[in-house]
Design a binder for this molecule. Structure first.
Ligand code: C2E
Ligand code: MG
Ligand code: MG
Length: 689
């Protein structure tokens, strides 16, 4: 924005210079105009006076001599000499009479814009026109033949120069011109010479002394007014439109600056946005290559920021992001660029590093700074960050590759437990490529019938009776072979494919379960993403209606992380499902937050102890204690307890001793595409809805 101020000042300075130039030009042209007007005035006066003199001389003689210029009579030199010039001159009227001869300086000014007003005011004031002070009649060689008024032979000689005949006269007079010369040292007086020819030769010259003091004053005033007015008009003519234009331009510049700023910055934090970051990265990589300096690109993501948004609201989330931005700026040098890539993702470009260790130190500093408690909107919030770091510049790769590498390293940092940083390694790139391929293939997997369901039996531990099956989704990839759900389900969740996939699983499993004995239940897993993006209640209702499976035979397995989402709506959905007759099982119990309060708040009918606990039963006294207390908890809450992943007889015996209700695991039965023939009609893989 500072640019606009500078540009404004430039425009104003331009206008001032233009105004000054106009005034200077006006003054200069005014001066030459004054000179021209005064010279012309004296010249016309001289002609008129010469005519008057000739006329008066002519009245004494006939025919009257004519002046060459203006068609006047030529004086007879012999007669003039005989009559005595001084006598003739003496008979001339005094100069004031000539003054009234009707030529007016002011008339000459009429054409000037403002001159007319003055000309009308002063038209009749003779003192404002050129005045005849005196005159002389000279022979062509400069000899004074006669003088009248204030012009004495001595003063005339002085004025014309010391030499007889005067250089000025020789210079000023040619055969057929009327010349005026300014009297040296006297700004407002001049001499006017009117040559009179006889037979093609100059017979004599009239020299007039013209007093132009008043005329010059008037001309000065008039021209000053005219000059100033014209200058003012010109300046106004320029400055008013210029001011309007400048204002418009200023507004446009401001708007453009604003747009440029918005296009390059993130509005919430004021940090450079992704676009600016890319521009900066291009230049930074070029600089690094030119000077042989190391640089680092950081991709930074806040851990579980969504929880802050969900629990404390978006306003607090926004305030937290602004505070994170401020801390990032504080933790970095001024030359480093901190940008926001969007959401809770930030990036840092640090140039001119001595060694990769510098990047590590910076990452530690950033992690420590961000981990300190925040006080936002009356809440105390703690949050950590995961950071991926790529070191550059890279020789052959485009600058963006550094950002991509940092992003891959960030994923690794997240995978490795968050609140940490990881440097990019080439293997990460290969993993990403594979993931991209899987993502693509998964989009087509449903359509190409590559997905199918396995069913794993669950048993009553006491009686050994089969109680039901858990449906487990499988993907048979044409090239990769069997892909475990732990690999493709997260991809499905991130890409939204979990919605059609979840629907297909529900319908396929329910349809298959209708072929089982009526007391055999079906357990279907629901991922947290389904609760976020899918109308689970609607899906279950529709499926039960379409397949005819009785609601009490369906069990939905959810994980504890579902309860961290919008509790109100999750609670509502679970309650309605419960009212429908569908039961809810808490899967993987013990691996999540294990807050016992939800066991009473939500309609949970079954707890499935995670297989990681069962795995160490008998080898770890702690897990034995945990599992036995979960079994005890289930008994007191009247919730069915199922142990997952039972693989050995010993594990089964311990569970039986503690009174665990149900078991599921390889010891009892592996997940199979078909339920055994004895349990109902087999279905060929892959299963299609
Ligand atoms: P889960 O719901 O806890 O499923 C039980 C997992 O333990 C299954 O792995 C099953 O094959 C495995 N398992 C069962 N008994 C044993 C045992 O004795 N030993 C060992 N080592 N493993 C045993 P799977 O099929 O790989 O499924 C992994 C997870 O993927 C499931 O955990 C579930 O969270 C998810 N999942 C599977 N199918 C679906 C599905 O259809 N929908 C959704 N949303 N998630 C599913
Ligand atoms: Mg399960
Ligand atoms: Mg489980």
């Amino acid at each position: 924005m500072a640019d606009v101020g500078a540009r404004d000042r430039l425009v104003m300075a331009g206008l001032v210079v233009l105004g000054l130039l106009t005034v200077v030009a006006g003054v200069l042209s005014g001066r030459s105009t004054i000179n021209y007007v005064l010279a012309r005035d004296a010249r016309e006066g001289a002609l008129s006076w010469a005519a008057e003199i000739d006329k008066r001389l002519g009245e004494q003689d006939s025919p009257p001599p004519r002046l060459l210029d203006k068609d006047l009579q030529v004086l007879d030199a012999a007669k003039l000499r005989a009559d005595g010039v001084s006598g003739a001159a003496a008979s001339l009227p005094a100069s004031p009479t000539f003054n009234t001869k009707g030529f007016s300086l002011i008339e000459g000014l009429d054409w000037l814009t403002m001159g007319w007003a003055l000309s009308h005011i002063y038209r009749n004031h003779n003192e404002f026109v050129s005045k005849l002070d005196g005159f002389a009649v000279l022979s062509p060689d400069g000899t004074t033949l006669a003088v009248a008024g204030d012009l004495s032979p001595t003063s005339l000689r002085d004025l014309l120069g010391q030499s007889e005949g005067g250089a000025a006269l020789a210079q000023a007079v040619s055969e057929d011109t009327v010349e005026t010369v300014a009297i040296p040292g006297d700004a407002h007086n001049r001499l006017a010479f009117v040559p009179v020819t006889d037979g093609g030769k100059i017979a004599r010259i009239y020299a007039f002394a013209v007093d132009q003091t008043a005329a010059a004053a008037l001309t000065n005033v008039a021209l000053t007014v005219v000059t100033l007015t014209t200058s003012l008009l010109i300046v106004m003519g320029f400055s008013v439109p210029a001011a309007i234009a400048s204002r418009r331009i200023r507004e446009r510049w401001l708007a453009e600056d604003q747009i440029r700023y918005l296009a390059m910055h993130d509005s919430l934090t004021g940090l450079p946005n992704r676009l600016q970051l890319h521009h900066h990265l291009d230049r930074a990589v070029a600089r690094g290559k030119r000077h042989g300096h190391l640089m680092a690109v950081f991709c930074l993501d806040l851990d579980r920021f969504k929880d802050v948004n969900d629990t404390l609201g978006h306003a607090t989330g926004d305030a937290l992001l602004a505070e994170v931005a401020a801390r990032l700026k504080e933790s970095t040098r001024d030359v480093d660029l901190v940008g926001r890539l969007g959401g809770d993702e930030f990036a840092i470009v640090a140039e001119n590093l001595d060694a990769p260790e510098n990047a590590m130190r910076l990452a530690r500093r950033v992690c420590a700074s961000l981990a300190e408690a925040y006080h936002v909107n009356g809440h105390e919030v703690t949050i950590s960050a995961s950071i991926g770091i790529a070191i550059g510049p890279l020789d052959r790769e485009p600058p963006d590759t550094l950002l991509k590498h940092a992003d891959l390293a960030l994923y690794r940092a997240k995978d490795d437990g968050r609140n940490t940083f990881r440097f990019f390694e080439p293997a990460m790139d290969a993993a990403l490529q594979k993931r991209r391929r899987l993502e693509n293939d998964l989009r087509n997997a449903l359509r190409k019938n590559q997905l199918y369901l396995d069913y794993q039996p669950q048993f009553d531990l006491e009686s050994g009776r089969l109680t039901g099956y858990e449906a487990l989704v499988r993907w048979w990839h044409p090239v990769e072979g069997e892909i475990p759900p732990s690999t493709f389900l997260p991809i499905a969740e991130e890409t939204g494919l979990i919605v059609p996939l979840g629907e297909w699983i529900m319908k396929t499993a329910c349809a298959y379960a209708t072929t089982w004995p009526l007391d055999t239940t079906l357990a279907v897993n629901l991922s947290p993403a389904q609760f976020k993006t899918q109308d689970v209640l609607g899906l279950v209702r529709r499926t039960l209606n379409e397949t005819g499976l009785e609601a009490h035979r369906l069990e939905l397995e959810i994980t504890e992380s579902i309860l961290l989402q919008n509790t109100e709506s999750v609670m509502d959905t679970l309650t309605r499902l419960d009212q429908l007759g569908v039961s809810i099982a808490m899967d993987d119990f013990g691996t999540g937050y294990s807050s016992l309060s939800y066991l009473t708040r939500f309609p949970v009918k079954k707890i499935k102890i995670d297989r990681s606990f069962i795995d160490t039963l008998g080898t770890s006294p702690q897990t034995s204690a945990i599992v036995s207390s979960i079994v005890g908890l289930g008994q007191s809450l009247k919730v069915t307890i199922t142990a997952e992943g039972v693989e050995t007889e010993g594990q089964a015996a311990m569970l039986k001793k503690w009174g665990c209700d149900q078991v599921q695991g390889f010891y009892y039965g592996k997940p199979e595409a078909d339920v055994p023939e004895s349990d109902k009609a087999p279905v060929k893989r892959p299963l299609v809805a």
